[in-house]
Design a protein around this ligand. Sequence first.
Ligand code: AMP
Length: 184
Amino acid sequence: MIFQDLNLITPILQALEKEGYTNPTPIQEQAIPSILLDKDILGCAQTGTGKTAAFAIPILQKLHKNKDYSKHAVLKALILTPTRELAIQIDESFASYGQFLGLHHTVIFGGVKQGNQVNRLNKGIDILIATPGRLLDLMSQGIISLRNIEYFVLDEADRMLDMGFSNDVKKVIKELPVVRQNLL
Ligand code: AMP
């Protein structure tokens, strides 16, 4: 199979071509069509098998199709991940696969001052990649609202629980709209 077989829009195919990717990996081949059909997904694959693109590509495509570019960006996609390193990598993936789309994304994590992150958030974003602690902190300050989230990704869900994030994850989920697409 090639990426052209997956019903992807031209700006995403162009980004993939620029990165030198022609064939989807097995998890991408299985997950992308189902995510485009609005299904919830639970996917398991080892690190390095293209899991990030498996959720990032269809989320970018769906956000782009429904986006009103004349309006201020509304936060519609949340990716929760256990570590700062993973959060930064995921943000880079959104930058890469979405390089020909006009969507805004940013990454937040703890251990650094919040000022730059808050400035970025206040400019308006469509996609947020976050570690749980900093997300809950900014939510409690009223800086982030999850009321318009349509796509929720729990990345490395097993590791998240191993690292003791279960209560934090529950608190985040409580703030999400009931109708949403869940990707684990
Ligand atoms: P991940 O498992 O998401 O961490 O991805 C592992 C690496 O594979 C990353 O460096 C991606 O840029 C790369 N990658 C993702 N999808 C593909 C693909 N379809 N073909 C080749 N490389 C890919």
